[in-house]
Design a protein around this ligand. Structure first.
Ligand code: NAI
Length: 341
């Protein structure tokens, strides 16, 4: 079977624990993947690099086009720029995709959530372009370009069409940020009207949209948001389906993709062996499906299908980690999946 080389970035905190579990599961599933490990984040500094995002890591992703990434810690209120922000910008991974669905065996307030968050990944306030203007005044710049707004709108409508999704809802604050968010919705509207009139389209002001999301999440299909809103609403939606342990993600550009869970490095539980590896495993299934589609490799699709069946079955039978109300640790959950393959 042909093997695909995929860059593996273990990351910080619980990163090495959850990436290790996925590697174990992939080996047992005989996934046609060969990992090439590169570091980023605090782990890169610890491995001797003087940069949190070493050039060799970026070059490896440029060479192999696909990576699986564990979370990287970003210091709060000081210190270096987020590795995630740097990576997404340097590789132009402009679309973040985060499917959020109700999982079997994970009881929550809602049973039928099935939505996808698409987040513009390269600009907006989340870029962290900030300045100290005077002793008293600090400033953060929200930059939006027509190029990036059009690009993410096109990408979203194409995604919705390919995945047979029916509706795109843009959450925005264009009543206040008339120029920047105004540009975002004008681009989305334009792409909808001229190129994808058959997909239902809706715009909601984000504050009221968040209220509606937590009241009736089943009414949403694809959500399209600028960078910062996408970051916040992703965690909100994770809360609708059982938490950060069950929400996968991908950062996608024109010819590169980095797959990672929505959650962070979880320093509060790091090193205890209790992190839930499922969100990263689900991200890895997205990675396999991406390889199946872009490289026309049916073997990847087959392994993806059997992994999905294995984790859906495990959850349905109550085999889950503590964050989901179960009693398994990271290793126990990995073994439960392996036993089902
Ligand atoms: P977090 O997602 O790391 O943790 C939030 C809460 O969820 C914690 O109580 C944590 O224990 C729990 N949690 C997260 N993932 C879990 C898992 N797989 N299994 C069980 N419990 C899990 O968010 P937080 O605390 O805001 O951020 C911690 C660090 O992670 C920060 O430095 C932040 O910048 C970074 N971060 C990195 C991301 C990335 O690399 N893509 C994404 C989000 C945050």
């Amino acid at each position: 079977m042909a093997e695909h080389t995929v860059v593996l970035i273990p990351g910080d905190g619980i990163g090495p624990e959850v990436t290790g579990a996925v590697q174990q599961i992939f080996a047992a599933a005989k996934a046609p993947i060969q990992w090439e490990v590169h570091h980023a984040g605090l782990a890169a500094l610890e491995s001797g690099s003087d940069e949190v995002l070493p050039r060799s890591t970026v070059e490896a992703i440029e060479k192999y086009h696909v990576a699986l990434k564990g979370p990287c810690t970003t210091p709060v209120g000081e210190g270096f720029t987020s590795v995630n922000v740097q990576l997404r910008k340097r590789l132009n991974l402009y679309a973040a995709v985060r499917p959020v669905r109700s999982m079997p065996g994970v009881p929550t307030r809602f049973e039928n959530v099935d939505l996808v968050i698409i987040r513009e990944n390269t600009e907006g306030l989340y870029s962290g372009v900030e300045n100290q203007l005077t002793d008293d005044v600090v400033m953060s710049m929200k930059i939006a370009t027509q190029t990036a707004c059009k690009r993410i709108a096109h990408w979203s409508f194409r995604y919705a069409t390919l995945r047979q999704r029916k509706k795109i809802t843009v959450l925005h604050k264009a009543n206040i940020m008339k120029i920047t968010d105004g540009l975002f919705i004008r681009c989305a509207r334009d792409v909808h009207q001229h190129e994808y009139p058959n997909i239902e389209y809706d715009e909601q002001i984000i504050d009221a949209g968040c209220m509606r999301l937590v009241q009736h999440p089943e009414r949403y299909d694809v959500l399209l948001l600028e960078n910062l809103y996408g970051d916040v609403v992703s965690d909100l939606c994770a809360g609708l389906v059982g938490g950060l342990g069950v929400v996968p993600g991908a950062n996608i550009g024109d010819d590169m993709a980095v797959f990672e869970a929505v959650h962070g490095s979880a320093p509060d539980i790091a090193g205890q062996g209790i992190a839930n590896p499922l969100a990263l495993l689900m991200s890895s299934v997205m990675l396999l499906n991406h390889l199946a589609e872009t490289r026309n490799d049916a073997a990847c699709a087959k392994v993806a299908g059997s992994l999905r069946k294995a984790y859906d079955g495990a959850l349905a039978d109550g085999e889950k980690t503590r964050d989901l109300g179960g009693d398994l640790d990271t290793e126990g959950f990995a073994q439960a999946i392996i036993a089902r393959l």
